[in-house]
Design a protein around this ligand. Sequence first.
Ligand SMILES: Cc1cc2nc3c(=O)[nH]c(=O)nc-3n(C[C@H](O)[C@H](O)[C@H](O)COP(=O)(O)O)c2cc1C
Length: 222
Amino acid sequence: MTDLEAIRARHSVRSYLEKPIPPELRRELDACVETCNRESGLHLRVIYDDPAGYDSFLTHYGVFRNVKNYIVLAGKKEDDFDFRCGYYGEKLVLLAQKLGLNTCWTALTFNKKRVRELIPEGESLCMAIALGYGENQGRQHRSKRPERVSELAGEAPDWFRDGLEAALLAPTAVNQQKFCFGLENGEATVRVKGIGSYTRVDLGIAALHFELGSGRKVKALE
Ligand SMILES: Cc1cc2nc3c(=O)[nH]c(=O)nc-3n(C[C@H](O)[C@H](O)[C@H](O)COP(=O)(O)O)c2cc1C
């Protein structure tokens, strides 16, 4: 499965099967975590076989079922921490999709008390991502039109349109899609558009999708 195929196949999944993640897949996920941590300075981790991480009142309310594995997004809170958590967390999400697993980003609906116990002193918890074999593959979210998430003076080049298409398939908190892509001297930019929660995390996720869709780097604006 290519990156783009993974982007198209991925949807949030909130109910999981009992099936454990096999050792060879754990090795691939852990290797990717190591690379992401080296590049980003973050402290991402995959926690396996720990149902306590998603055992809380909120997870039942939010219809999560049988989450036994999850990705913890944490690190020192500096230099656009939220954006980096979004960008590198989504790298893991897309790898999981390629490995036949499913995911769901969670800012709220997990057991924060339990997950905070896993974070070393001096580091902050951004959020977590549920991981495992889904009971289903989720479904396509409703999406804004490309012109609502871009600002260009003229006609968009093909690579820019491809990038936007991939960004619109990205997960965002409550499906808010509060981002806007532009072009500055031939270079793609992205910024938050409007007010919402977790918009900088969303921005990192959308930037990664845009880069994979367009084959170009994206500069995040304040
Ligand atoms: C930063 C972020 C936080 C999220 N937090 C939650 C959450 O707390 N609970 C939940 O059920 N879904 C959460 N989601 C999942 C979104 O609702 C979902 O990504 C969005 O509706 C789009 O659907 P899709 O992921 O299937 O494309 C979150 C997504 C993101 C990106």
